[in-house]
Design a protein around this ligand. Sequence first.
Ligand code: ATP
Ligand code: MG
Length: 322
Amino acid sequence: MPLTFKDVRRLFQVPTKGRVRLRDYDPGWAADKELQELTKDELKARAKEFLAHTVTDLADAQERLYASDTHSVLIVLQASDAAGKDGTIKHVMTGVNPQGCQVFAFKKPSSEELDHNFLWRYMRALPERGRIGIFNRSYYEDVLVVRVHPELVNLPSGKKGRKEFWEDRYDDINQFERHLTRNGTLVLKFFLNVSKKEQGKRFMERLENPEKFWKFSFGDLDERKHWDEYQDAFENMIQHTSTEWAPWWVVPADHKYVTRALVAGIITRAIDDLGVAFPEVSEEKRQRFGAAKADLLADGVKPKGKKKKKKDAEVATEEEER
Ligand code: ATP
Ligand code: MG
């Protein structure tokens, strides 16, 4: 039985109330039983096919978003290392007009950034109306890496590290996203949920496959040692910041193609639900089309429709002649 969007929402959208447990979300999920019985290659082929289809729909939705110029879309991607953020961006955004899309990857903050409030650098990178902005890591790092390593917080000691400190940050983030949604930005947040086992496999591949050597970072191994603390930080963050205006999606990430297909499907559906359409052309403007056409005709430009008809006629004559 094909998976409906209702199923996708039920399985992966985090409720806005109640306790969240990451262990309720299976990183190795691969659709229903039927799909789980497929071999890895078959699953890949199936998801690839779905992705190709959805990516076309997404390109179309993005064009309407750009033309209507009424909303913007902010896509937030958070995950452990090697969960597939980069690959997801690459595959999901294929076919989308580069003019309507921008990607920002947030790394360790500069000293200038650290001298401002923690949301400052992200505010400066928000997508303008009509565009899709992707945050590859985001202000959520400020309740994740910084929570696991509180010495990174650039504030007077005493404040940081306390439970209330993080609760204030969740609250700031929720209000910030509320402000964005009230002002026409759709906020879509994805946590790519990879298992520790799969992350280990991917790191090992980076050490064994010469084409992937460049991806290996010793720092990633150090962070892996804090796996449980990160899982706690993710869980806490998702529980406190899954809101009605900006819910979290916890997407299974042990099968890359499944992740990509789900993310593309969710984004497309969310943009569709905004109801963005090509702008209406006023009657007055349309009436002036006649004069504009006449100008072009006088300039020797042939209308496309007529040219095609002529071609058809030519073909018919040729056939008659034969
Ligand atoms: P990739 O490894 O795929 O190229 P990446 O997102 O892991 O991409 P890196 O340069 O490896 O990029 O890592 C960026 C680092 O910056 C991460 O360890 C992240 O936790 C850290 N970082 C991001 N935002 C903050 C922040 N606000 N405070 C402190 N560290 C941050
Ligand atoms: Mg990295």
